[in-house]
Structure formats: C-alpha cells, structure tokens
Design a protein around this ligand. Structure first.
Ligand code: GLU
Length: 716
C-alpha cells in the first residue's frame, strides 16, 4: 500500500517536473515554471530571454507578416522563416519563365533581393502588465456591455499615451480570458525583401501527404532581409534603405541536437482553446469539424485535380490550395487525437472535480454552482448560429473567389447612388481600381465555377430555410445550371469583360453591377452574415466571454494544483521542452530525428510530391555534407521535441540551452494537433527543420555560402 502510494507520488512529481505544457509570456515567467526550465537543462537566464534596457534574445524574434514567426541571424537583418510562411511571396514573384516555386530563388547580392510591398515584420520592444490600469474604476456591478465599453475607452487612452511616449506601435490584449491585460510595444518594419528559397521539392518536400506528419523530410525554410532607413528605423521600400542592424541576432549552433536536449521555442502562436468545456469540445468534434471538412473536401477535390493536370494551374493555385488544405488536414488529426486520447472524458473529470470541490466550500458554491450548466446552455444555444458562421466562412471566404472579388464594387455602386458624389470622384475610383491583372493572373474561371458547384449543394442544404437563392435561381434550373449561368453572365468573371464594362462607364451603369448574378449572390451572403448571423452570435459571445472569464478564474482558485498558461492569442510566447521521439499508436515508436537518407527513401519520380532535385541527389551520393554533417556522418533533416506550439509558431526559432539557434519550428505531428484544445506531453510533438540542413541547402545545394558567412556559427 505504502509502496503504491510512493509510486503515485513520484509519478505525479515527475509528471509535473517534465510537463512542458504552456505558452508563457516573456518577462512574466514564474518561479515554478522557470525552475522547470532549469531542471530540464536551460542555461540562459530569464533576463537573457527577455530584457527591456539591454539586448536580449527576444530582439531576434520577429513577427512575420502577422501570421508566422521568423528569426534574425545576422547583424545585417538576415531573417529566417519557413518556406510555407514565405510561400505566397515566393509565388507572387513566380511565373512560368521564372518559376521560383519550382526552381528556388537565391539573391547572390543585396541588389538581387526582391521587395515585397504590403509585407511587414515586427519586433516586440516591451511588454507591460496594465491589468490594474485597465480595470481600475470598473464597477463590480458593471454589466458585460458596460465592461466592454469601459475596456475600449480605457485601453484606447492607455494605448495613445504609450504611443506618444514611445513613438512606436502599441496594442493591448486580454489574457486568461480577460483576467489579465498586457500591453505590447512593437517596432514594425515594412521593407522586407526576399533573399532566398529552396525549390518546393525541398522546401515543401512531401507536400500535402506529409503535411502534419512525422517522420518528416521537409527543408521548410526561406530567407528574407529586413531593411531600414539610414537611422536604422522602419521605412517603406526605398533604394536608399539598408540592411537593418538588430539589437540581437541568434548565433547558430552547428553541433546539432541529441535526444533529451533542452529546446525553447520563441514565437507568436495564434490561437488555442485549452480551457473550453466538455460540451464545447464535443460540439467541435461532432458538428463544427465535420462541416468544415466536408466543405474543404469539396473544393480541394476540384483544385487538386486541376493542379495535377496543368503546370500553369499548379503555379496559379499553389498558395490557395495550401491555404485550404493546411487546416483541413489539421482538423482531421485534431479530431483523431481528441477521440483517441479521450479528451471528453478528461474534460469531464476536471469539471466533476471542480463541482465536487465547490460543493465542499460554501463561498465557492454560492459563486459557481450554476457556472458549468450556464456555459453548456449558452454553448448549445449558439450552435446553430455557429454552424451558419462556419458555412459562411467555408463558402464565402474559403470557397469561390468570385464572391470576394465582387466585394470592392459595392463601394462603387454606393458611390453611384449617392448624389453628393461627383462623376469625377467616380471616374477616379474606377481609374484607381482598374488594374485587376494581379487577381486574374491567378484565376481560372472554370476551376472557380467548379468549386462553387461542389460546395453549393452543402451550403444550400444547410441554409435551406433562409432562401438564399430566392429570385437568383429559376425554379427550373438545377444548382449546376444556376452556377453555369452565374459565371456566364457575370462581368466579374474575366478581365476583358470587366475592362470593357468600365470603358466609358456611366454612373447609371451601377444598375448593371447590382444585377450581376455573382455580385448579387455575394452581397446576399455577406448581408445575411452581417445582418443575422453575426449580431445573433454576438449576443451569445458577450455572455459566453463573461462566463469564460469567471470559469478561468474559478479553475485557478478551485484547482490550484494544475498549471495555467494563457491561451495563445497571437502574442509573443516562450515554450520549452526537450528533443524526444514518441509512440504515436500502439506498437509503434518514432525516432526523434530524420536524415537525408529518408529523403532518398521517399523519392518517387512519378509522384510530384516526392521528386528529389538532381543536385541534392548528387550531394547525397558524394556525402558532401561539409561541416553540416552530424557527428555520425549523416545529414540530419528534421527533429521532434515536446514544445507546446501552435499555428503562428511556424518559423519560430528553436533555441538550445545556451541561447543558440538549432532549428526552425514548422509543424506538429498529426497526432498532436489536439494540443490546440488539450496538450498531452506523452504524445504532443512539434516538428523543426534542423538548422544544419538549412545551412547545407544554402551553401552546398544553392551555392549561397555568402549567406552562411553572414551568420555566427558555433561549432563547439
Ligand atoms: N505547420 C503549421 C501551419 O502551417 C504551423 C505550426 C503548427 O500549427 O504547429 O499552420
């Protein structure tokens, strides 16, 4: 008996000590967590990770265009991120003649680097806890609406003050579901140039089949550079700009990683929902995910087939296909993981324990006895609207492009109807919006139409009572015939018809815009969402946000033995873990690293997902790995570790115990995408490309050794 008890204690202590769950805010890491980091091997101090007055590792971590992370690796603003993060930029510079997606791109000098209008990269200067300021003067009896109003007003004032004080960009975000407010001061750079990218047969090797999968053999990196003005400050693109000199850049450790080595991932994870209830999890599993999957299967089947058939389509639709398929595959893995690891049961036991404890404490009982039931009620009541919202997102935002393309002409139609607007202003609008060549360059009307045909059945089936197609579609028309007619008749369907329509445009022609079937359908969808779905949902969201805030706070009080890190919200975070393999399912065991050997094993010249470039094969045959080889002589490609990461962590630096770069985070294993809802240290693994593979491809494969020479390599 005693023995069993002791075993349980050691088990729970060791679980606690090795638990790598959590995405922590730099500068606000508590003793317990930092103790864990140290006991797992971290040698750098918390001040090395985050400091305001001195330079620190945070100064090398860069939010890449809002959605990914990147890392500075030279004193000349050289920036590494994932290939999939730079993908749409690489794509936008590509054509059939200069196909950088297929062949890769390498600037051999600064003058060859390619500018990317509209892109930004931002560096966090400081994080401040402004909870007290934000919540001061908020009455305890304030309604949720009053609370929102107060927060908006006070946050606005605090932001303005901080902007004046620093001259930088400032934003405030809620943490722990509104129990804490943090202010972020950041410097945003807008002259970001493409420096290099491997061919997709390296940077995307394994494509969709391998996406979210381990063992993985993808060299998922691309190279950019931040430019600044002569004062080293952010500036829009100019020939006068020069490479940015950062406060800190990461040295690169080329000794490589071994099993159990400490890993720290520093980046900007997007969204997690680690504290949702059992009922909400169940709704995601049983209703929301199946709906999203069904809609994406429909569009992907059209796009994939078209891309297989035609080289130009492959370029035109590459980035769009990735945008759809990435989350599609993740949701499949997430559902599998949540079911297999019985997350509903686990959520249920947390809620049961919570209920048991509050029943033993009269204060808690009076505050929280109805909390879980109320949350369940709201969750179930809002579900039909949430279904509508998800159909809208999948059809309107992720489906046929023609819906989104017609959007901007709503402004023109409104201008034409407004008598206070002059004809000259209308002509000016048309002139300003007349160049649609960028859009049509990547648009194929028959693919777009087929996507609509594939999805519309599901959409209409779900939204039947809403009569979306009323007087758009004739009674006799089938849905397919309706879609064919919509594309035939619409002026928004090809560049020539659009240009000729606007040639000599008269104000009264707005009626033709409004009568255009694609324009009308799009407007109807958008209006239904903004007039019905969104306002309906907002009523529930206000209530559920407030319950979530109470639930978060209540759990921390009632179940204090659990670890609570704030859900991801696109802000800068640190997660720690160690290099380790895992057992994905019964009877299988995965190693912690992959090698170039595996790239060759997967090669299949008949399958475009697994083509290996000739030059890479040559290097492999000669074993010409130079100083990038592992001590065993092999060329390591990727490794897995137990860091708690999410989307947005793509491109994040993976840092060793001493603060040096050892890899770029680019994915999670399929079994572990459940970590957006529940992290399980036994199964959840992030996937990183080994930094030595990155350098090997740059230097040996691409002949861009000058880039490696810019970095500071650590080899002992
Ligand atoms: N590969 C992932 C994505 O593209 C990012 C990393 C993750 O979600 O773990 O969304």
């Amino acid at each position: 008996m005693i023995k069993k008890f002791l075993l349980l204690i050691t088990l729970s202590i060791s679980l606690q000590a090795s638990s790598t769950e959590g995405m922590w805010v730099p500068g606000m890491i508590n003793k317990l967590v930092s103790g864990n980091m140290e006991s797992m091997g971290m040698k750098v101090s918390l001040d090395d990770l985050y400091a305001i007055n001195n330079s620190s590792i945070k100064d090398a971590v860069v939010h890449f265009n809002g959605g990914c992370t990147s890392v500075l690796v030279s004193d000349q603003g050289l920036l590494l991120t994932n290939h999939h993060c730079g993908y749409s930029r690489i794509q936008s510079h590509s054509s059939l003649e200069k196909n950088y997606l297929k062949d890769g791109f390498w600037a051999m000098s600064l003058t060859e680097e390619l500018s990317n209008p509209g892109m930004d990269a931002s560096i966090i200067k400081e994080i401040r806890d402004v909870t007290d300021l934000v919540l001061a003067d908020l009455s305890v009896d304030a309604s949720e609406a009053e609370r929102k109003e107060h927060l908006k007003k006070v946050s606005g004032e605090i932001i303005e003050k901080a902007k004046e004080e620093t001259g930088l960009d400032v934003y405030i975000k809620p943490f722990y579901h509104g129990n804490q407010y943090l202010l972020f001061i950041s410097e945003i750079f807008t002259d970001i140039r493409l420096v290099g990218a491997p061919p997709s047969s390296i940077g995307k090797y394994g494509f969709d089949t391998d996406n979210w999968v381990w063992p993985r053999h993808t060299g998922d990196f691309s190279v950019f550079r931040i430019y600044a003005n002569r004062e080293n400050k952010p500036a829009d693109f100019s020939e006068e700009n020069r490479p940015y000199q950062p406060k800190h850049f990461l040295p690169v450790n080329i000794q490589g990683v071994e099993e159990n080595d400490y890993t720290l991932v520093y980046g900007f994870p997007g969204t997690t929902e680690n504290y949702i209830t059992e009922v909400e999890t169940k709704n995601i599993l049983e209703t929301v995910n199946p709906l999203r999957l069904k809609m994406r299967e429909a569009s992907l089947s059209v796009i994939d087939e078209a891309m297989r058939k035609d080289e130009l389509t492959k370029i035109q639709y590459a980035a769009k296909q990735s945008r759809i398929s990435n989350a599609y595959k993740k949701w499949i893995g997430q559902t599998k993981g949540l079911v297999r690891h019985r997350v509903l049961d686990k959520k249920d036991s947390v809620e049961s324990l919570f209920t048991k404890r509050i029943n033993e404490n009269p204060d808690w009982k009076s505050s929280y006895s109805t909390l879980i039931a109320e949350m369940e009620e709201i969750e179930n009541a809002q579900l039909p609207l949430s279904v509508n919202r998800n159909y809208f997102i999948e059809f309107y935002y992720m489906g046929p492009e023609i819906f989104r393309f017609t959007e901007k002409y709503r402004e023109l139609a409104a201008m034409c109807k407004d008598e206070t607007i002059t004809d000259e202003a209308i002509d000016a609008w048309i002139a300003e919006h007349s160049d649609n060549s960028g859009y049509f360059k990547n648009y194929d009307t028959s693919i777009d139409g087929d996507i609509m045909k594939a999805q519309i059945e599901y959409f209409v089936e779900d939204q039947k009572p809403l009569d979306f197609l009323n007087n758009l579609k004739t009674d006799k028309e089938s849905l397919t015939e309706f879609v064919d007619r919509l594309y035939d008749e619409s002026i928004f369907n090809n560049e020539a018809s659009l240009n000729s329509f606007f040639d000599g445009f008269k104000r009264k022609n707005y009626k033709k815009i409004e009568a255009d079937p694609a324009y009308e359908f799009s407007l109807r969808l958008a209006k239904f969402y903004s007039d019905v779905t969104r306002p309906g949902l907002l009523l529930y969201v206000t209530k559920s946000d407030s319950l979530m805030r109470i639930w978060m706070d209540a759990q921390m009080k009632v179940l204090p033995e659990r670890t609570y890190s704030p859900d991801a919200n696109g802000t800068l975070r640190i997660t720690f873990g160690k290099v380790e393999g895992y057992e994905p399912f019964d009877g299988a065991e995965y190693a912690y690293y992959t090698t170039l050997e595996g790239v060759m094993e997967k090669e299949d010249p008949t399958n475009p997902e697994y083509n290996v470039p000739a030059r890479l094969k040559e290097l492999y045959q000669k074993k010409d790995y130079g100083r990038y080889a592992h001590s065993t002589g092999e060329m390591r490609v990727a490794f897995v570790a137990s860091n708690h990461t999410s989307g947005g962590n793509s491109g994040s630096p993976v840092i060793d115990a001493n603060g040096n770069l050892i890899g770029l985070n680019f994915d999670r294993t399929w079994e572990s995408t459940m970590s957006d809802i529940m992290f399980n240290p036994i199964i959840c693994r992030n996937i990183s490309v080994d930094i030595r593979y990155v350098l090997f491809i740059m230097d040996k494969y691409a002949g861009a050794k000058h880039l490696v020479d810019e970095m500071k390599l650590i080899s002992e």
